[in-house]
Design a protein around this ligand. Structure first.
Ligand SMILES: Cc1cc2nc3c(=O)[nH]c(=O)nc-3n(C[C@H](O)[C@H](O)[C@H](O)COP(=O)(O)OP(=O)(O)OC[C@H]3O[C@@H](n4cnc5c(N)ncnc54)[C@H](O)[C@@H]3O)c2cc1C
Length: 403
């Protein structure tokens, strides 16, 4: 029975945000929730899973419970493009260290088959191209390679499954369909949870010594981020496998992923199958990235914004329009892509923060609660790397950064 749970691929029913090409080949062992834990982690994406795995490794005697509203990877981590990038969206930050080297080390230490490849990443631009750019695409001007920067790709489904397996194997309890709807910030902390278990909804209160909130673009009220961060939905699609000749024609034979450094933004990567993923677009559409934070003190503009993200459906309305816009751009990039079949269309949440800096601090209502979120679309390597740091901080082995 145990084996069955651990090896079954996660079934993906039709989701309003569409289906990415990744498979999360792991289901946690379903268990009733405990009354008390040393550490509760809220959020089953890269951040929460990395923190859970490291807490168990660093403090084997302590109890660790990870609570996920839906299924592991339901948020950005299961819907990401999987480009492993250096530093943060705001560049290097004081005390950050080498994110890519740290990421590689973590994946190795936890024995995760991540399919990590680090051939470098093409930065594309519409001006000042490098000599002999292999890419020449038509997209609001001529998009060409400007430079190559450190980085590469992973398989997000494999990283999610690998982190979860590592956490569970070393003693963490992982609960899916366990939504934390309130936290009592008194001492001891108390989480209020709605848990779907054995076909029924159970309400449960759990006392916790410390909590990590790794909820990214959701539950902004709980994390105290309603004013400080702006959630958006972003879009991606994958093409059918391309031939070697097509890949050569579009300049991707080196298998390097890419992103543009000017607007309109475009990013992408190859799949193992030789399909190509392209991504771009945000809803709700901001007038500009600066406009996201024009008047953060007023707070009004982001009210209920995370709830709103769940209302978008990639088959309808504004979200469908953005996806069609992305598809039209992709077909127009190069003749070799003009009639390509699209195999996957999907969306996922991004949390934007002021100055593009990740949020990594103690919750204003309790020093026993840490909030870690807001990678601004740059969190594949960073989330796992900072998840380890969060575990060290919860164990008082490392101070939090001052970003
Ligand atoms: C389409 C797309 C492409 C991207 N591409 C890249 C890329 O190529 N490179 C890169 O570096 N970054 C990329 N990113 C960003 C990157 O994927 C994220 O920064 C990263 O996955 C964030 O991980 P996380 O664990 O912090 O958040 P998430 O993966 O979003 O996890 C948060 C989890 O918390 C759960 N949750 C929320 N509230 C509650 C609650 N109250 N109770 C219980 N559970 C709760 C959610 O269900 C969710 O599963 C992309 C993002 C998207 C959407």
């Amino acid at each position: 029975m145990l084996l069955l749970h651990q090896t079954n691929a996660m079934p993906r029913k039709s989701h309003p945000w569409g289906a990415p090409p990744w498979t999360v080949d792991f289901r946690p062992v379903p268990r009733a929730l405990p009354d008390h834990v040393d550490f509760a982690i809220v959020g089953g994406g890269f951040t929460g899973l990395s923190a859970a795995a490291w807490l168990c490794r660093l403090a084997p005697g302590q109890s660790v419970l990870l609570l996920e509203s839906a299924a592991l990877g339901e948020g950005a981590s299961g819907r990401t493009g999987g480009l492993a990038l250096a530093e943060t969206a705001a560049g290097p930050l004081p005390g950050l260290g080498d994110v890519l080297a740290g990421y590689k080390k973590i994946l190795r230490a936890l024995r995760i088959d991540s399919r990590l490849a680090l051939p470098g990443v093409f930065e594309l631009g519409r001006s000042a191209p490098a000599k002999n750019s292999p890419i020449s695409w038509s997209d609001s001007g001529e998009l060409q390679v400007v430079r190559i920067v450190p980085g590469g790709v992973i398989d997000p489904g494999k990283v999610l499954a690998g982190l979860a397996r590592a956490a569970e194997k070393t003693g963490a309890q992982i609960a899916e369909r366990a939504h934390v709807y309130a936290i009592d910030f008194s001492n001891p902390l108390c989480l209020q949870i709605r848990h779907k278990f054995r076909g029924r909804i159970h309400r449960k209160e759990i006392r916790a010594g410390q909590i990590l909130l790794a909820t990214n673009a959701f539950s902004l009220e709980l994390a105290g981020l309603r004013v400080a961060a702006a959630p958006k939905l972003t879009f991606a699609l994958a093409t059918e496998p391309l031939s070697a000749a097509q890949l050569k024609a579009i300049g991707l034979s080196s298998r390097r992923p890419f992103y543009s450094i000017d607007l309109p933004y475009l990013w992408g990567r190859l799949l193992d199958s030789n399909g190509v993923v392209f991504g771009a677009g945000l809803v709700p559409l901001p007038a500009s990235l600066n406009a996201l934070f024009r008047n953060p003190a007023s707070g009004g503009s982001h009210k209920n914004a995370s709830l709103n993200l769940r209302r978008f459906d990639v088959r309808k309305g504004e979200a469908a329009v953005r996806l069609r816009w992305l598809e039209a751009r992709v077909r127009n990039l190069h003749l070799a892509l003009h009639s390509v079949r699209i195999s996957h269309r999907w969306a996922g949440p991004i949390l934007f923060t002021e100055g593009m800096r990740p949020i990594f601090h103690r919750h204003p209502r309790s020093k026993n609660v840490i909030v870690l979120a807001g990678y601004n679309g740059h969190g594949v390597a960073l989330s796992v790397y900072l998840g380890q740091w969060a575990a060290q901080a919860l164990l008082a082995r490392r101070p939090l950064p001052r970003w």
